[in-house]
Design a binder for this molecule. Structure first.
Ligand code: ZN
Length: 138
């Protein structure tokens, strides 16, 4: 059984179109410039509906993570053990996204600098994923 994939709709389309083009895109309010993730129809700060995707730096840092050792999630059993990370983006305090990280889970530390990578699943879906930033001080 394959892994479950995101459902692309009018609210999140800019993110997935960006990922297909190897760009990390996050929604942002056109009025107050607040970054919004996951995508919403309106800005939670000023209620403006003028929200649209904008490319971000593709940098991030480990905010938290969890390592999976158990089987039972379709499409993931062959990757065990693997880590899922909560990544804080530098564009705004507590702007988080979630993904997998391409490194030994034992090497993960809070605050570890990351950079985005892109995992093409099929013609429609490319997933933003993460790896330790190259050249980062360790
Ligand atoms: Zn706003």
């Amino acid at each position: 059984m394959d892994r479950p994939l995101p459902v692309i709709d009018d609210i999140n389309r800019d993110c997935w179109e960006g990922a297909r083009n190897n760009r990390l895109v996050i929604y942002r309010c056109g009025e107050c410039r607040y970054w919004i993730h996951p995508p919403l129809e309106a800005c939670p700060q000023c209620q403006s509906e003028r929200v649209a995707g904008e490319e971000v730096s593709g940098k991030g840092a480990v905010y938290s993570w969890s390592v999976m050792y158990s089987k039972g999630n379709p499409g993931f059993d062959h990757k065990l053990p693997y880590a899922t990370v909560i990544v804080e983006l530098p564009e705004q305090e507590h702007l988080f996204t979630i993904g997998n990280i391409d490194c030994d889970p034992k090497d993960i530390e809070i605050g570890m600098p990351l950079e985005v990578t892109f995992e093409k699943i099929n013609d429609e879906v490319t997933l933003p994923q993460w790896r330790p930033a190259t050249g980062a001080a360790r």
